[in-house]
Design a protein around this ligand. Structure first.
Ligand code: ZN
Length: 167
């Protein structure tokens, strides 16, 4: 893939609306930092939300795709989440390292940085004593930290991005 999208790193990454068949894809897009709303409900309401919130619809639903006057959308081809993520990253030229701040994988809300003292007692003792940086979700109140799990995910994402750039 050429650097078309990379030529404008300041551009806002697209916002997505992910249909009910693609819940795991939504989670991964959030880990990447994308605003990826997840929709569970009837088709008409799904399409309305995409139009209203200016979101790109990601769907595998053939029935939905037969409708007229669809919002901007990408038809997801694979049923494997790694392939789905690769397809979206390539289609929109997403650059994991350039995406904005962390987002709660469960709620899709941007996380806010928290100082270490303020999360004492809210994370396991071992985690608290071994980490400096913490983030909180304003929705579910979960605390996140840059743990080994996160590092493994970032490594997978780097490999994914490298694979994409090679193609
Ligand atoms: Zn949350």
């Amino acid at each position: 893939m050429s650097g078309d999208h990379a030529a404008n790193p300041a551009a806002e990454p697209p916002r997505f609306l992910v249909d009910t068949m693609l819940g795991r894809l939504a989670t991964w897009l959030r880990i990447l930092g994308c605003d990826a709303a997840y929709f569970r409900g009837e088709d008409r309401a799904l399409l309305d939300q995409a139009w209203r919130e200016d979101r790109i619809l990601l769907t595998r639903d053939a029935r939905l795709l037969r409708r007229r006057r669809l919002p901007p959308h990408l038809t997801i081809t694979s049923d494997r989440v790694a392939e789905q993520l690769r397809q979206v990253v390539r289609a929109f030229g997403l650059q994991p390292s350039r995406l904005p701040a962390r987002r709660c994988p469960r709620c899709n809300l941007p996380l806010t940085e928290r100082d270490r003292e303020s999360v004492a007692g809210r994370v396991p003792e071992f985690v608290w004593s071994h980490h400096e940086a913490f983030w909180a979700c304003p929705g579910c109140q979960r605390i996140y930290w840059a743990g080994s799990h996160r590092r493994r995910m970032e490594e997978s994402l780097r490999r994914l991005a490298a694979g994409i750039n090679d193609q």
